[in-house]
Design a protein around this ligand. Structure first.
Ligand code: ADE
Ligand code: ZN
Length: 335
Protein backbone atom coordinates (compact mmCIF):
# COMPACT_ATOMS: atom_id res chain seq x y z
CA UNK A 1 0.00 0.00 0.00
CA UNK A 2 1.54 3.29 -1.07
CA UNK A 3 0.99 6.48 0.89
CA UNK A 4 -1.25 9.27 -0.40
CA UNK A 5 1.64 11.39 -1.68
CA UNK A 6 2.84 8.49 -3.80
CA UNK A 7 -0.67 7.96 -5.20
CA UNK A 8 -0.92 11.68 -5.98
CA UNK A 9 2.33 11.51 -7.93
CA UNK A 10 1.40 8.42 -9.89
CA UNK A 11 -2.26 9.13 -10.63
CA UNK A 12 -3.16 10.03 -14.22
CA UNK A 13 -3.98 13.72 -14.36
CA UNK A 14 -5.81 16.22 -16.52
CA UNK A 15 -4.82 19.89 -16.46
CA UNK A 16 -7.58 22.31 -17.49
CA UNK A 17 -6.26 25.72 -16.44
CA UNK A 18 -2.78 26.39 -17.74
CA UNK A 19 -1.57 29.48 -19.60
CA UNK A 20 1.23 28.42 -21.92
CA UNK A 21 2.85 31.86 -21.53
CA UNK A 22 2.79 31.18 -17.77
CA UNK A 23 5.12 28.20 -18.22
CA UNK A 24 7.99 30.40 -19.42
CA UNK A 25 10.76 29.57 -16.93
CA UNK A 26 13.42 32.23 -16.29
CA UNK A 27 16.10 30.01 -17.88
CA UNK A 28 14.15 29.86 -21.14
CA UNK A 29 13.40 33.60 -20.93
CA UNK A 30 17.15 34.28 -20.94
CA UNK A 31 17.83 31.72 -23.71
CA UNK A 32 15.17 33.20 -25.99
CA UNK A 33 16.23 36.77 -25.18
CA UNK A 34 19.74 35.92 -26.29
CA UNK A 35 18.59 34.02 -29.38
CA UNK A 36 16.37 36.93 -30.47
CA UNK A 37 18.55 39.83 -29.31
CA UNK A 38 15.87 41.07 -26.90
CA UNK A 39 17.28 43.14 -24.00
CA UNK A 40 16.12 42.18 -20.50
CA UNK A 41 16.15 44.48 -17.47
CA UNK A 42 17.35 41.73 -15.09
CA UNK A 43 21.06 40.82 -14.90
CA UNK A 44 20.46 37.06 -14.59
CA UNK A 45 18.00 34.22 -14.00
CA UNK A 46 18.15 34.56 -10.21
CA UNK A 47 17.30 38.26 -10.36
CA UNK A 48 14.33 37.55 -12.60
CA UNK A 49 13.09 34.77 -10.34
CA UNK A 50 13.50 37.07 -7.33
CA UNK A 51 11.13 39.52 -9.04
CA UNK A 52 8.32 36.96 -8.76
CA UNK A 53 6.95 38.53 -5.60
CA UNK A 54 3.39 39.62 -6.32
CA UNK A 55 0.90 41.78 -4.44
CA UNK A 56 -2.12 40.93 -6.58
CA UNK A 57 -3.18 39.78 -10.06
CA UNK A 58 -2.13 43.01 -11.79
CA UNK A 59 1.41 42.99 -10.39
CA UNK A 60 1.79 39.47 -11.80
CA UNK A 61 0.24 40.34 -15.16
CA UNK A 62 2.69 43.24 -15.65
CA UNK A 63 5.64 40.85 -15.36
CA UNK A 64 3.94 38.05 -17.30
CA UNK A 65 3.29 40.29 -20.33
CA UNK A 66 6.81 41.67 -20.14
CA UNK A 67 8.30 38.17 -20.03
CA UNK A 68 6.29 37.11 -23.09
CA UNK A 69 8.19 39.75 -25.08
CA UNK A 70 11.04 37.28 -25.70
CA UNK A 71 8.73 35.04 -27.75
CA UNK A 72 9.29 36.05 -31.38
CA UNK A 73 9.43 33.04 -33.74
CA UNK A 74 7.38 29.90 -34.32
CA UNK A 75 10.36 27.96 -32.93
CA UNK A 76 10.11 29.98 -29.69
CA UNK A 77 6.45 29.01 -29.25
CA UNK A 78 7.34 25.40 -30.02
CA UNK A 79 10.15 25.43 -27.46
CA UNK A 80 7.91 27.01 -24.82
CA UNK A 81 5.11 24.48 -25.27
CA UNK A 82 7.45 21.51 -25.67
CA UNK A 83 9.19 22.35 -22.39
CA UNK A 84 5.80 22.41 -20.66
CA UNK A 85 4.64 19.15 -22.27
CA UNK A 86 7.76 17.37 -21.02
CA UNK A 87 7.15 18.75 -17.51
CA UNK A 88 3.52 17.70 -17.75
CA UNK A 89 4.39 14.14 -18.75
CA UNK A 90 6.77 13.94 -15.78
CA UNK A 91 3.80 14.90 -13.54
CA UNK A 92 1.79 12.12 -15.19
CA UNK A 93 -0.50 14.58 -16.90
CA UNK A 94 -2.11 12.58 -19.70
CA UNK A 95 -4.40 15.33 -21.02
CA UNK A 96 -3.97 19.12 -21.00
CA UNK A 97 -6.31 21.88 -22.18
CA UNK A 98 -4.07 24.86 -22.68
CA UNK A 99 -4.76 28.59 -22.85
CA UNK A 100 -2.84 30.93 -25.09
CA UNK A 101 -3.13 34.72 -25.22
CA UNK A 102 -2.72 35.77 -28.89
CA UNK A 103 -3.29 39.49 -28.27
CA UNK A 104 -0.18 39.55 -26.08
CA UNK A 105 1.74 38.68 -29.24
CA UNK A 106 -0.25 40.28 -32.08
CA UNK A 107 -0.24 43.62 -30.19
CA UNK A 108 3.57 43.67 -30.55
CA UNK A 109 3.59 42.68 -34.21
CA UNK A 110 3.89 38.89 -33.95
CA UNK A 111 1.51 37.25 -36.47
CA UNK A 112 -1.29 35.07 -35.08
CA UNK A 113 -0.43 32.30 -37.55
CA UNK A 114 3.19 32.16 -36.35
CA UNK A 115 2.00 31.56 -32.77
CA UNK A 116 -0.29 28.80 -34.01
CA UNK A 117 2.40 27.12 -36.11
CA UNK A 118 4.74 26.88 -33.13
CA UNK A 119 2.09 25.57 -30.76
CA UNK A 120 0.81 23.08 -33.31
CA UNK A 121 4.29 21.66 -33.88
CA UNK A 122 4.72 21.11 -30.14
CA UNK A 123 1.26 19.53 -29.79
CA UNK A 124 1.97 17.07 -32.58
CA UNK A 125 5.27 16.16 -30.93
CA UNK A 126 3.60 15.73 -27.51
CA UNK A 127 1.08 13.36 -29.01
CA UNK A 128 3.74 11.40 -30.88
CA UNK A 129 6.57 11.27 -28.35
CA UNK A 130 4.79 11.53 -25.01
CA UNK A 131 1.31 10.12 -25.66
CA UNK A 132 -0.01 13.38 -24.20
CA UNK A 133 -3.32 14.61 -25.58
CA UNK A 134 -3.75 18.36 -25.72
CA UNK A 135 -6.42 20.90 -26.67
CA UNK A 136 -6.00 24.62 -27.24
CA UNK A 137 -8.22 27.40 -25.86
CA UNK A 138 -7.75 30.92 -27.21
CA UNK A 139 -8.17 33.53 -24.48
CA UNK A 140 -9.30 37.10 -25.06
CA UNK A 141 -7.63 39.69 -22.83
CA UNK A 142 -10.41 41.31 -20.83
CA UNK A 143 -8.46 44.55 -20.27
CA UNK A 144 -8.47 45.02 -24.07
CA UNK A 145 -11.44 46.25 -26.10
CA UNK A 146 -14.36 44.29 -27.52
CA UNK A 147 -13.14 45.35 -31.00
CA UNK A 148 -9.73 43.79 -30.33
CA UNK A 149 -11.39 40.55 -29.20
CA UNK A 150 -13.51 40.50 -32.37
CA UNK A 151 -10.38 41.02 -34.50
CA UNK A 152 -8.76 38.10 -32.65
CA UNK A 153 -11.80 35.93 -33.29
CA UNK A 154 -11.44 36.65 -37.02
CA UNK A 155 -7.80 35.52 -36.95
CA UNK A 156 -8.75 32.46 -34.91
CA UNK A 157 -11.57 31.28 -37.14
CA UNK A 158 -9.37 29.68 -39.88
CA UNK A 159 -7.79 27.62 -37.05
CA UNK A 160 -11.12 26.31 -35.74
CA UNK A 161 -10.05 22.69 -36.36
CA UNK A 162 -7.02 23.17 -34.11
CA UNK A 163 -8.53 25.35 -31.35
CA UNK A 164 -11.44 23.88 -29.43
CA UNK A 165 -12.61 26.89 -27.49
CA UNK A 166 -12.32 30.47 -26.33
CA UNK A 167 -11.60 31.84 -22.87
CA UNK A 168 -11.33 35.16 -21.06
CA UNK A 169 -8.39 36.18 -18.87
CA UNK A 170 -6.26 39.11 -17.63
CA UNK A 171 -7.35 41.94 -15.29
CA UNK A 172 -10.70 40.89 -13.88
CA UNK A 173 -11.99 43.71 -11.67
CA UNK A 174 -13.52 46.48 -13.79
CA UNK A 175 -13.79 44.20 -16.84
CA UNK A 176 -16.99 42.21 -16.26
CA UNK A 177 -17.96 39.32 -18.53
CA UNK A 178 -20.81 41.32 -20.12
CA UNK A 179 -18.19 43.41 -21.96
CA UNK A 180 -17.57 40.33 -24.16
CA UNK A 181 -21.11 38.93 -24.50
CA UNK A 182 -21.28 39.65 -28.24
CA UNK A 183 -17.81 38.20 -28.95
CA UNK A 184 -18.63 34.99 -27.08
CA UNK A 185 -21.97 34.69 -28.88
CA UNK A 186 -20.15 34.98 -32.21
CA UNK A 187 -17.50 32.46 -31.12
CA UNK A 188 -20.15 29.96 -30.00
CA UNK A 189 -21.98 30.40 -33.31
CA UNK A 190 -18.73 29.47 -35.05
CA UNK A 191 -18.55 26.25 -33.03
CA UNK A 192 -16.07 27.23 -30.32
CA UNK A 193 -16.67 26.00 -26.79
CA UNK A 194 -16.37 28.61 -24.04
CA UNK A 195 -14.81 29.10 -20.61
CA UNK A 196 -13.94 32.25 -18.66
CA UNK A 197 -11.92 33.36 -15.67
CA UNK A 198 -14.36 34.64 -13.05
CA UNK A 199 -14.44 34.98 -9.28
CA UNK A 200 -10.64 35.01 -8.85
CA UNK A 201 -10.41 38.62 -7.64
CA UNK A 202 -13.83 39.61 -9.01
CA UNK A 203 -17.14 39.20 -7.15
CA UNK A 204 -19.64 36.33 -7.48
CA UNK A 205 -21.70 38.48 -9.89
CA UNK A 206 -18.88 37.98 -12.44
CA UNK A 207 -19.37 34.20 -12.16
CA UNK A 208 -23.09 34.67 -12.84
CA UNK A 209 -22.17 36.95 -15.73
CA UNK A 210 -19.86 34.34 -17.22
CA UNK A 211 -22.65 31.75 -17.04
CA UNK A 212 -25.51 33.95 -18.25
CA UNK A 213 -23.89 36.49 -20.61
CA UNK A 214 -21.05 34.34 -21.98
CA UNK A 215 -22.73 30.92 -21.56
CA UNK A 216 -19.48 29.26 -20.54
CA UNK A 217 -19.17 25.55 -19.72
CA UNK A 218 -16.55 25.98 -17.01
CA UNK A 219 -15.47 28.76 -14.65
CA UNK A 220 -11.73 29.33 -14.28
CA UNK A 221 -10.93 29.93 -10.60
CA UNK A 222 -14.44 30.72 -9.26
CA UNK A 223 -13.23 30.55 -5.65
CA UNK A 224 -15.27 33.60 -4.61
CA UNK A 225 -18.53 31.73 -5.35
CA UNK A 226 -18.78 30.73 -1.67
CA UNK A 227 -19.79 34.32 -0.86
CA UNK A 228 -23.10 33.61 -2.64
CA UNK A 229 -24.93 30.47 -1.39
CA UNK A 230 -27.55 30.60 -4.16
CA UNK A 231 -24.79 30.66 -6.75
CA UNK A 232 -23.10 27.68 -5.08
CA UNK A 233 -26.38 25.76 -5.24
CA UNK A 234 -26.65 26.55 -8.96
CA UNK A 235 -23.04 25.54 -9.69
CA UNK A 236 -23.63 22.24 -7.88
CA UNK A 237 -27.00 21.59 -9.56
CA UNK A 238 -25.69 22.38 -13.06
CA UNK A 239 -22.37 20.65 -12.37
CA UNK A 240 -20.39 23.64 -13.61
CA UNK A 241 -16.70 22.82 -13.13
CA UNK A 242 -14.39 25.23 -11.28
CA UNK A 243 -10.75 25.07 -12.39
CA UNK A 244 -9.13 26.02 -9.09
CA UNK A 245 -5.43 27.02 -8.87
CA UNK A 246 -4.22 26.88 -5.26
CA UNK A 247 -0.59 28.03 -5.56
CA UNK A 248 -1.71 30.81 -7.91
CA UNK A 249 -4.25 31.98 -5.32
CA UNK A 250 -1.50 31.98 -2.71
CA UNK A 251 1.07 33.86 -4.84
CA UNK A 252 -1.50 36.46 -5.99
CA UNK A 253 -2.81 36.89 -2.44
CA UNK A 254 -6.33 35.71 -3.13
CA UNK A 255 -5.61 33.82 0.11
CA UNK A 256 -2.97 34.87 2.65
CA UNK A 257 -2.09 31.29 3.63
CA UNK A 258 -2.73 28.05 1.78
CA UNK A 259 -4.30 26.75 5.01
CA UNK A 260 -7.05 29.36 4.43
CA UNK A 261 -7.90 28.08 0.94
CA UNK A 262 -11.55 27.10 0.45
CA UNK A 263 -10.95 24.09 -1.82
CA UNK A 264 -12.14 21.66 0.88
CA UNK A 265 -15.37 23.66 1.24
CA UNK A 266 -15.90 23.72 -2.52
CA UNK A 267 -15.66 19.91 -2.56
CA UNK A 268 -17.89 19.59 0.49
CA UNK A 269 -20.51 21.70 -1.32
CA UNK A 270 -20.54 19.08 -4.07
CA UNK A 271 -18.91 21.30 -6.69
CA UNK A 272 -16.91 19.85 -9.60
CA UNK A 273 -13.70 21.54 -8.45
CA UNK A 274 -10.25 20.33 -9.34
CA UNK A 275 -6.63 21.49 -9.03
CA UNK A 276 -4.63 23.22 -11.79
CA UNK A 277 -1.38 25.14 -12.03
CA UNK A 278 -2.35 28.36 -13.93
CA UNK A 279 1.13 29.92 -14.49
CA UNK A 280 3.46 27.42 -12.85
CA UNK A 281 6.75 29.10 -13.86
CA UNK A 282 5.65 32.16 -11.86
CA UNK A 283 3.82 30.53 -8.95
CA UNK A 284 6.35 28.01 -7.70
CA UNK A 285 4.82 24.70 -8.69
CA UNK A 286 3.40 22.50 -11.43
CA UNK A 287 0.33 20.32 -11.05
CA UNK A 288 1.73 17.62 -8.75
CA UNK A 289 3.18 20.30 -6.46
CA UNK A 290 -0.23 22.01 -6.31
CA UNK A 291 -1.89 18.71 -5.39
CA UNK A 292 0.71 17.85 -2.75
CA UNK A 293 0.45 21.37 -1.32
CA UNK A 294 -3.33 21.20 -0.79
CA UNK A 295 -3.07 17.67 0.56
CA UNK A 296 -0.63 18.92 3.20
CA UNK A 297 -2.04 22.37 3.94
CA UNK A 298 -5.72 21.43 3.97
CA UNK A 299 -5.35 17.88 5.27
CA UNK A 300 -7.31 16.54 2.28
CA UNK A 301 -7.54 12.76 2.59
CA UNK A 302 -7.36 10.04 -0.03
CA UNK A 303 -11.09 10.31 -0.82
CA UNK A 304 -10.78 14.06 -1.44
CA UNK A 305 -7.64 13.65 -3.56
CA UNK A 306 -9.37 10.96 -5.61
CA UNK A 307 -12.35 13.29 -6.09
CA UNK A 308 -10.06 16.07 -7.35
CA UNK A 309 -8.49 13.68 -9.83
CA UNK A 310 -11.87 12.37 -11.03
CA UNK A 311 -13.36 15.88 -11.30
CA UNK A 312 -10.55 16.95 -13.64
CA UNK A 313 -11.43 14.19 -16.10
CA UNK A 314 -15.17 14.71 -15.70
CA UNK A 315 -14.73 18.43 -16.47
CA UNK A 316 -12.37 17.80 -19.38
CA UNK A 317 -13.40 17.78 -23.02
CA UNK A 318 -12.09 14.27 -23.62
CA UNK A 319 -14.41 11.73 -25.22
CA UNK A 320 -16.48 9.83 -22.65
CA UNK A 321 -14.68 6.50 -23.18
CA UNK A 322 -11.29 8.10 -22.50
CA UNK A 323 -12.70 9.83 -19.41
CA UNK A 324 -14.05 6.53 -18.10
CA UNK A 325 -10.73 4.78 -18.67
CA UNK A 326 -8.70 7.36 -16.74
CA UNK A 327 -11.26 7.57 -13.93
CA UNK A 328 -11.17 3.77 -13.55
CA UNK A 329 -7.39 3.99 -13.19
CA UNK A 330 -7.73 6.64 -10.47
CA UNK A 331 -10.34 4.55 -8.67
CA UNK A 332 -8.07 1.51 -8.73
CA UNK A 333 -5.21 3.58 -7.32
CA UNK A 334 -7.26 4.95 -4.42
CA UNK A 335 -9.30 1.79 -3.72
N1 ADE B 1 -3.49 35.32 -17.19
C1 ADE B 1 -2.60 34.40 -16.80
N2 ADE B 1 -2.91 33.95 -15.59
C2 ADE B 1 -4.04 34.58 -15.20
C3 ADE B 1 -4.86 34.53 -14.06
N3 ADE B 1 -4.61 33.73 -13.02
N4 ADE B 1 -5.93 35.34 -14.00
C4 ADE B 1 -6.21 36.15 -15.01
N5 ADE B 1 -5.47 36.23 -16.12
C5 ADE B 1 -4.40 35.45 -16.21
ZN1 ZN C 1 -5.58 31.62 -15.28
Amino acid sequence: MTDIAERIRSMPKAELHLHIEGTLEPELTFQLAERNGVPLRWPDVDALRAAYDFQDLQSFLDLYYEGAGVLRTAEDFHDLAWAYFQRAAADRIVHAEIFFDPQTHTDRGIPFDLVMEGLQAARARADRELGLSTLLICCFLRHASEASAFATLEELTPWAEQVVGVGLDSAEVGNPPEKFARVFAAARERGFRAVAHAGEEGPPSYIRGALDALRVERIDHGVRCLEDPELVARLARERVPLTVCPLSNLKLRVVERLEDHNLGELLAAGLVAMVNSDDPAYFGGYLTENLLAVHRALGLDGAAMRQLGVNAFEASWLASDAKARWIAEIDALFA
